[in-house]
Design a protein around this ligand. Structure first.
Ligand SMILES: *Cc1c(COP(=O)(O)O)cnc(C)c1O
Length: 366
């Protein structure tokens, strides 16, 4: 590969790919995260040797020594991005350069090696190319890509590992939320925090998710879809959901999203929506917003819309906010006007039906 001197991908086609009938059945209703394509990418890294053995190979289990570092100390980072079918029938990725940059930022925080951005992007492109037949047929579908990296050295001492494995897997995706409800209901988490200042909240690492599971389970137990985390210091400021950023829309036209203080994951969807809002001259602010104010503004009608955003769920309206004291409906309780407009705008750019003014869409040429 001319533009990646030093890294050439070997391609090992699957000897017995999934039969067409089973694939077609899976693609009609893939849900989220449980169907995987026939291939995966693996690239190894070793201290002193760097990145090597880049391969597109049959999807399958890894064989790991029980002492492998990631299994003990959670040295792992990941990304999530999607390939979308364009109006012209070709496939494209949305802002993969931003995912590559964030992947490396996460890697630095977890004391892991960075991967050249062009290798990250090429690994995704090659997997989509190889498994393009796995693009879902369900309405609104996409091919979700999950690049990730694990510390693969078998060693129980506590220090950065000297060996890593980078992988990419692909999963045809339908609707992220199990219910087809058009809104999510949110439960306030008061007891636990997702991330603290100086911690790993801004890194996309599995450990953050492990810490979010008990609060998320509590939300489900109380009959809600998602948990909202508050800041760890004062338990006052709204941060984000377990895997999505939040926006608030006010009756006076103001739009607010919590600022990137280091405890919030810098979402690429969040960044894209901020850019689109500023393009339109909307009154948008990255500003702290307290839970108490959220509850008061929802009750008074000052707050007219709230929505969550992320690659998996795109833009999803928040219908209600609940805690032990009760539940408040946000705005109409359904998708608000601006929420719908942002969603349509973003989806339109991602799928090539709206002009891509910022060069966000990387057409893959197949
Ligand atoms: C991935 C993620 C997001 C959303 O980021 P996108 O780049 O928009 O997909 C938000 N919060 C957390 C905790 C995440 O892991």
């Amino acid at each position: 590969m001319a533009d990646n001197p030093g890294i050439t991908f070997e391609r090992l086609p699957h000897p017995a790919p999934t039969d067409a009938a089973a694939r077609v059945a899976a693609l009609a209703n893939p849900g989220f995260g449980s169907v995987f394509s026939d291939h995966m990418v693996t690239i190894d890294w070793e201290d002193g040797k760097g990145w090597h053995d880049a391969t597109v190979r049959p999807y399958g289990p890894l064989s790991l020594d029980p002492a492998t570092a990631v299994l003990h100390y959670a040295q792992e980072v990941f990304e999530g991005l999607k390939a979308y079918k364009q109006a012209d029938g070709g496939l494209a990725m949305f802002r993969p350069d931003a995912n590559a940059a964030r992947f490396n930022a996460s890697a630095r925080r977890l004391a892991m090696p960075e991967i050249p951005e062009e290798v990250f992007i090429e690994s995704c492109r090659l997997l989509v190319d190889t498994d393009r037949d796995w693009y879902p047929t369900v309405e609104g579908g996409s091919l979700y890509l999950r690049p990730f990296m694990i510390a693969s050295e078998p060693f129980l001492g506590v220090r950065p590992a000297k060996k890593y494995k980078y992988l990419v897997i692909a999963s045809p995706a339908g609707n992220y939320f199990k219910s087809n409800a058009t809104t999510v209901s949110i439960w306030v988490c008061r007891e636990h925090s997702r991330a603290a200042l100086g911690g790993t909240g801004a890194a996309k690492c599995g450990g953050n998710y492990a810490a979010s599971l008990v609060p998320q389970a509590e939300a489900i137990e109380h009959g809600h879809d998602q948990v909202v985390f508050l800041d760890a210091e004062e338990h006052k400021w709204v941060e984000e959901l377990g895997g999505m950023n939040l926006f608030f829309v006010f009756a006076d036209g103001r739009i607010v999203t919590p600022p990137l203080t280091g405890t919030i994951l810098p979402g690429i969807t969040r960044n894209s929506l901020l850019t689109l809002a500023r393009d339109e001259g909307l009154d948008v602010h990255e500003e702290r917003y307290s839970l108490q104010q959220w509850q008061a503004d929802a009750a008074s009608g000052k707050l007219v819309e709230a929505f969550a955003c992320g690659t998996a769920a795109v833009v999803t309206p928040v219908g209600t906010l609940a805690d032990h004291d009760g539940e408040i409906v946000i705005g109409s309780g359904g998708p608000g006007q601006l929420t719908q407009k942002f969603r349509d705008r973003l989806v339109g750019i991602q799928r090539g039906t709206i002009e891509d003014k910022h060069g966000w869409v990387m057409k893959l040429g197949f």
